[in-house]
Design a protein around this ligand. Structure first.
Ligand SMILES: Cc1cc2nc3c(=O)[nH]c(=O)nc-3n(C[C@H](O)[C@H](O)[C@H](O)COP(=O)(O)OP(=O)(O)OC[C@H]3O[C@@H](n4cnc5c(N)ncnc54)[C@H](O)[C@@H]3O)c2cc1C
Length: 424
């Protein structure tokens, strides 16, 4: 199976970015990293009339933003009661409210800016892989309904009809959510930011930053630029940067593989409403249909690890297990990415100095959160108004044993994928 990212094959054209030599010497805001967070920040900065440069080490969407499943979820993976128990009632309620409205923000941005990214707001299905999963979904439904979310619990029969698979005990349907082609979305954001006057540079790794009395000195290639404010929007993909304490988090691999576009009869029987799906298993998996009718299946694990063979063989077996009619379909493309996980699964805004934030730790939910955190962080840095920030910025964030946890996640996923219980 080739190591190709399907999204690269089917995305809209990349933005025509600027050459580094054309960078101004000063900006109101410098953003490091051109994913959802960085590009959303740049759009907001321009909306506020500020000058902004985005420096991207590789290409727009190179990080998680161009590799993900494309589920535009409402809220975080962690249920709201747990969020409140972790960060307190007031902060937890505020974070939940900001992120449950995140799909509104993403889909209205897509509409307003006319971003071509196969956007479909048909909801998501969180599928119960076992009876224990169904209890988990009932608990989530109770918590979400108590906060006014229009979620609906489907029984096994209704789930089988919607998914086209008899493997699930039920599913929690969330109509607030939807799916996108993630690389097209981030490229669309980047193009819009540039159209609005942002300077965006690719193949421009920032290698050093330094706090000065009036702002920040940013070294990129052989250039030095000055910024009044700095936003580090590198999430799990931060590399090669000195001068700042590196944000602490655990890296978790997640991979996906795609079929060819399915026969029309199969497309009518599998996910006929094209909801994005994931399951309740501890080592979770996901599946969705892309704009051309390919089924994209994913699971925890990195294809750059020793577990690669186990992960890919599992995906092929899982496809047949869920949809026996696809047993002979060979997965065509496979790719993986890195999720930025914090110990409490809550995203962080870390103060890295006066007028400087690092955004990280979306813990597997970054389309809505990245869009919201990027925009609100840019506003807070440029205006001083922190009211819209989804979380209170922290001065420091410590994580323990991140290397060990990374090995644990990868080994656990490999072991799970090797066991016959996951196979047909
Ligand atoms: C496989 C996978 C599946 C996922 N599925 C979903 C999903 O279905 N739904 C969802 O909501 N979220 C999902 N996520 C999470 C989501 O993709 C991320 O949270 C989100 O993309 C983070 O966006 P970002 O802009 O903060 O960072 P990124 O998109 O990771 O961008 C960071 C950028 O910073 C650049 N960079 C790093 N260091 C430097 C430097 N020194 N100088 C300049 N640039 C630098 C990198 O090259 C990179 O492009 C998934 C993640 C993965 C990996």
């Amino acid at each position: 199976m080739p190591m190709d990212n399907l999204w690269e094959k089917t995305a809209v054209s990349p933005p025509a970015t600027k050459i580094l030599a054309s960078a101004q010497s000063t900006y109101d805001l410098v953003v490091i990293g051109a994913g959802f967070s960085g590009c959303s920040a740049a759009i907001t900065a321009r909306d506020l009339g500020a000058s902004v440069a985005v420096f991207e080490a590789k290409t727009v969407g190179y990080g998680g933003s161009g590799r993900n499943v494309g589920l535009v979820n409402a809220g975080l993976w962690t249920p709201p009661d747990e969020i409140e128990a972790t960060i307190g009632k007031r902060e937890g309620t505020h974070l939940y409210e900001c992120l449950s409205a995140a799909p509104d923000q993403v889909f209205s941005l897509i509409d307003r800016l006319n971003i071509e990214c196969q956007a479909r707001r048909n909801g998501t299905l969180h599928c119960a892989h076992a009876t224990s999963g169904l209890s988990d979904l009932k608990n989530r439904m109770k918590q979400l309904r108590a906060r006014g979310a229009p979620v609906e619990l489907l029984d096994a029969h209704a789930t089988s009809h919607r998914v086209g698979s008899e493997r699930f005990k039920g599913a929690l349907f969330d109509p607030r959510a939807g799916t996108i082609q993630p690389l097209s979305y981030v490229r669309g954001l980047a193009k819009e930011a540039m159209k609005a006057g942002a300077d965006l540079f690719e193949n421009a790794p920032v290698h050093h930053v330094k706090k000065t009395s009036s702002g920040w000195m940013v070294s990129v290639g052989d250039q030095v630029v000055f910024a009044k404010a700095l936003l580090l929007a590198t999430n799990a993909y931060l590399h090669g940067l000195t001068g700042l304490p590196a944000p602490q988090f655990t890296k978790v691999g997640y991979f996906q593989a795609a079929t060819r576009p399915l026969e029309p009869t199969w497309q009518r029987s599998i996910l006929q409403n094209k909801e994005g799906c994931w399951d309740t298993a501890l080592v979770m998996s996901s599946f969705r249909m892309d704009g051309e009718g390919r089924l994209v299946i994913g699971g925890v694990g990195s294809l750059e690890s020793l577990g690669r063979g186990a992960h890919l063989a599992w995906a092929q077996r899982k496809l047949a297990l869920l949809f026996p009619q696809l047993a002979k379909e060979q997965l065509q493309e496979a790719w993986s990415g890195v999720i930025c996980m914090t110990g409490d699964h809550i995203p962080k805004i870390q103060e890295i100095g006066a007028k400087g934030y690092a955004l990280f730790g979306y813990s597997g939910r970054g389309i809505g959160p990245g869009t919201v955190f990027g925009a609100t962080a840019a506003k807070a840095l440029l205006t001083g108004d922190r009211q819209d920030l989804p979380v209170v910025p922290t001065k420091a964030h410590r994580e323990h044993l991140t290397g060990l946890k990374q090995v644990y996640y990868e080994a656990g996923a490999t072991l799970t994928h090797l066991t016959a219980a996951r196979g047909p």
